[in-house]
Each structure stands twice: as structure tokens, then as C-alpha cells.
Ligand binder design. Structure first.
Ligand code: AP5
Ligand code: ZN
Length: 215
């Protein structure tokens, strides 16, 4: 299964991707996670991306196209993958189309998670992740089962993202509507778009995603 998860910041792309990894046994390729790892490691890419990400703007197409292309060549992508947060400009969409044609990896579907702006702001404001395994939590919507302990790996260390604040979120939403929302029409025209209501409970959204994929 080769998938793109499309949707605004906080829509639940990462949350659903972590579930689809288990359901379909394919890796999650999150450009946000890859860029944050580069920032933490202090690589050249990380140094170039940090200020842009902290401001909530989009990192340049060249940087993200290259990291995705390199990642797709790794062995674990041969049976499929979930692109999470990529592509998010029309130029990236054209680039990934060419890339996947060259690598003979045609896309099966583009799942669009639809969520209201108010809910998005609430979701990112309450988000935190396990510092060890990356599992995604929320202060009220999805706290760990035992307070302070990760459900998945048992770690007691969690972190919050520098860009998860109200001001940066406004910039991220603007970037989404200006640069990324046009991809909805782009993939609809190609017959690949599978819109899913992302407003329900996490489990309900997973079931809805599975149902459009298994159709
Ligand atoms: P990135 O890391 O991709 O962030 P994003 O797109 O803003 O998406 P988020 O990770 O914020 O949200 P999500 O949809 O994954 O939601 P989640 O599952 O965590 O990008 C960050 C930055 O990197 C960008 O701003 C840009 O600078 C750069 N970048 C990355 N990719 C790029 C690209 N391709 N081109 C250029 N620049 C790029 O859920 C959010 C919260 O809600 C969680 O707390 C979760 O528990 C909760 N939640 C999830 N689902 C539900 C539900 N159904 N009900 C209630 N709560 C829920
Ligand atoms: Zn964990």
C-alpha cells in the first residue's frame, strides 16, 4: 500500500499514520519528523530548516524532496509507505509524481483528513509526544493510560514541539490553506483522493480510513 496522508496541522496525520504502520506493516515517512531529527542532530539540513520551522513556514521544496527521495530508496519502503506531511506544495506533488514513476512505485491513494480549524488549534495546543518512541498524546483527548508513562514503550519522558503555540499555529494554518490545500483538487483530478471525516474519536477515524482504503 502506497499512501499520502494529507491534512492541516493537527488533523491527526501522525496519529493515524502510527496506526496504519501496524495495520498494513509499512513505514511512516514524516517529513516533519525527519526535519526535527536533522535539527536535533545539527546537520546542514537541520541548520537551514530550524528557523523556518520555528516560524511555522514551509521548508524549501529542494530540501524536502531530497530527503524523501533518499528515504524511499531504503529497503523497508519496497512493500509500501505512508507519506505523512509530504507533499505540501504543488511543486512537491509534481516532484513526488516523477520520483515515484521513476522508482516504479505508483500511489494507491491520497487520504485527506478533514478537521475544523477550532479543533485543530485545540489539538496542537494539547499535544505532547513520547521522547523515546514518538507516540503521540494529548492532554485531554489522549492522555497515557497511566499518567506520566508511555503506553507503548514505558518511557517517562515526554516532549512538546516548539511550533505548537497559538501564534505559530496561525502561520502554519495560513501556509496550509495557501500552499497545501490546492493539492486536494490536484489529487481529486487524478482519481486518488479519499476524503475522510477527521472530527470523530481517534478509533473512529482509523476505521473510516481503513474503510476507504479497503474499498
Ligand atoms: P509536521 O511535523 O508535518 O507538522 P504538521 O503538518 O503541522 O502536522 P502536525 O504534526 O502538527 O499534525 P498531525 O496532523 O500529524 O496531528 P497529530 O496526529 O500529531 O511539520 C512541521 C513543520 O516542518 C512545518 O511547519 C514545516 O516547517 C516543516 N515541514 C514538514 N514537512 C514539510 C514539507 N513537506 N514541506 C515543507 N516544509 C515541511 O495530532 C495532533 C494532536 O491531536 C495530538 O495531540 C493527538 O493526540 C490529537 N488527536 C489526533 N487525532 C485526534 C482525534 N481524532 N480526536 C482528538 N484528538 C486527536
Ligand atoms: Zn514511548
Amino acid at each position: 500500500m502506497r499512501l499520502i496522508l494529507l491534512g492541516p496541522p493537527g488533523a491527526g496525520k501522525g496519529t493515524q499514520a502510527q496506526r496504519l504502520v501496524k495495520l498494513y506493516d509499512i513505514p511512516q515517512l514524516s517529513t516533519g519528523d525527519m526535519l526535527r531529527a536533522a535539527v536535533q542532530e545539527g546537520t546542514e539540513v537541520g541548520r537551514r530548516a530550524k528557523a523556518v520551522m520555528d516560524a511555522g513556514e514551509l521548508v524549501s521544496d529542494d530540501i524536502v524532496n531530497q530527503i524523501v527521495s533518499d528515504r524511499l530508496d531504503q529497503a523497508d519502503c519496497q512493500n509500501g509507505f505512508i507519506l505523512d506531511g509530504y507533499p505540501r506544495t504543488l511543486a512537491q506533488a509534481d516532484c513526488v509524481e516523477e520520483m515515484l514513476a521513476e522508482k516504479e512505485m505508483p500511489l494507491d491513494a491520497v487520504v485527506e483528513l478533514r478537521v475544523d480549524d477550532d479543533a485543530l488549534i485545540d489539538r496542537v495546543s494539547g499535544r505532547f509526544t513520547c521522547a523515546s518512541c514518538g507516540a503521540v498524546y494529548h492532554d485531554t483527548q489522549k492522555p497515557p493510560q497511566t499518567e506520566g508513562v508511555c503506553d507503548v514503550c514505558g518511557s517517562t519522558e515526554f516532549k512538546r514541539r516548539a511550533d505548537d503555540n497559538a501564534e505559530t499555529m496561525r502561520t502554519r494554518l495560513r501556509a496550509y490553506y495557501k500552499e497545501t490545500a490546492p493539492l486536494v483538487g490536484y489529487y481529486h483530478a487524478k482519481g486518488l483522493l479519499r476524503p475522510v471525516d477527521g472530527m470523530g474519536e481517534i478509533d473512529e477515524v482509523t476505521a473510516a480510513v481503513q474503510s476507504v482504503l479497503d474499498d
